[in-house]
Design a protein around this ligand. Structure first.
Ligand code: PMV
Length: 331
């Protein structure tokens, strides 16, 4: 029998408090701004990669459906990087599933490319340090570089890989995800951020002011200062969306329901229940609160008309290979 090389990995999604939005003007997909994120326990991608000499091309199946064209090309780009590192020449079959809606602003590309990079390196017999796997993932989706790590992670300007900042185990925070509309987004984040860089007069100000905001947030995280961290998150969110809304033509990911949720949080939060919002390349809203306030804030969110589901997330684990999933290697 011909040898197959297979492994399955799980990576959890991450949400940026300080946003990555924009690339350096060099090849290789390097971020133009620093970002800081929390990896989430409740949202994840599981991906099996099998290299097999009998395959005639790479194949990609996502949530039970065969995927072609650009998404398949992006998967092949990751596989090519791993083939050239490992010397394994076979094509691969990639079977992936998300436990949440794909491509709708819930960072499915973050968990997806992290799980792919980790599963594929193991399937190819490589046992790389997390930073090296993070770098492979980053080359395709910069936010996915952060999903290699559990808890709090950062990705600096021009960095090859993300950094682990804090495991998240010693500070009881939750990020509550209010899902508004499970439809995939109209324009992907890669295309949208390039469009903002090319056409928004606000983009240079975004890039210039991002490092100071990142430094303030990182310090606040260090001190476990939820108020400052939350305020930095909201500033980063609005500045990123300002580049979208001032692009030509504008890129509008927020919906009336997004704004209704934000208004609800602004109206109901107080010194006794601090709560801070963010939203990404999609209409959903994520709310940062201490775990002891999660039930109260979940109830606020559930009552907003148009919210279809609310998921309470705690800090999640680093990406991992499922035990006994590796085939074709002695390790
Ligand atoms: O890495 P990408 O291309 O999926 O871009 C992610 C962009 C945001 O989710 C909006 C922000 C971030 O830092 O995750």
């Amino acid at each position: 029998m011909t040898p197959r090389f297979s492994a399955t990995a799980v990576a959890h999604s991450n949400i940026a408090l300080i946003k990555y939005w924009g690339k350096l003007a060099i090849l290789g997909n390097y971020p133009a701004v620093p970002s800081l994120s929390l990896t989430l326990d409740a949202l994840y991608t599981r991906t099996q990669v099998t290299f097999d000499p009998l395959y005639a091309q790479d194949e990609f199946e996502l949530d039970g459906e065969r995927v072609l064209q650009r998404p398949l090309q992006r998967v092949s780009n990751v596989l090519d990087a791993i083939r050239s590192l490992s010397g394994l020449a076979h094509f691969a079959k990639v079977v992936s599933s998300n436990n949440f809606p794909t491509a709708s602003g819930l960072a499915s590309s973050a968990s997806g490319f992290a799980a792919l990079a980790l599963a594929a390196t193991h399937a190819a017999g490589l046992s790389l340090a997390p930073a090296a796997v993070s770098s492979i993932a980053r080359a395709c989706s910069a936010s996915s570089a952060r999903s290699i790590y559990g808890g709090w992670a950062s990705l600096e300007v021009g960095a090859d890989s993300a950094n682990a900042l804090d495991s998240g185990q010693n500070w009881d925070v939750t990020l509550i995800v209010a899902i508004t509309d499970p439809e995939p987004k109209a324009i992907g984040s890669t295309e949208a951020m390039v469009h903002c860089a090319d056409t928004s007069p606000f983009y240079p100000a975004w890039v210039e002011t991002a490092p100071a905001l990142f430094a303030r947030a990182r310090e606040a995280l260090h001190r476990r200062d939820l108020d400052t961290l939350g305020q930095c998150m909201e500033e980063s969110t609005w500045r990123m969306h300002a580049t979208m809304l001032t692009a030509v033509p504008a890129v509008v990911y927020i919906s009336p329901i997004t704004l209704a949720i934000i208004n609800e949080i602004r109206a109901r939060r107080s010194a006794s229940i601090p709560a801070y919002f963010t939203t990404d390349a999609g209409p959903h809203v994520k709310v940062l609160v201490l775990a002891k306030h999660a039930v109260a804030v979940r109830d606020w969110l559930t009552q907003v008309p148009g919210v279809t589901n609310v998921i309470v997330c705690k800090p999640g684990p680093a990406a991992y290979v499922e035990p006994h999933s590796a085939e074709g290697h002695s390790a």
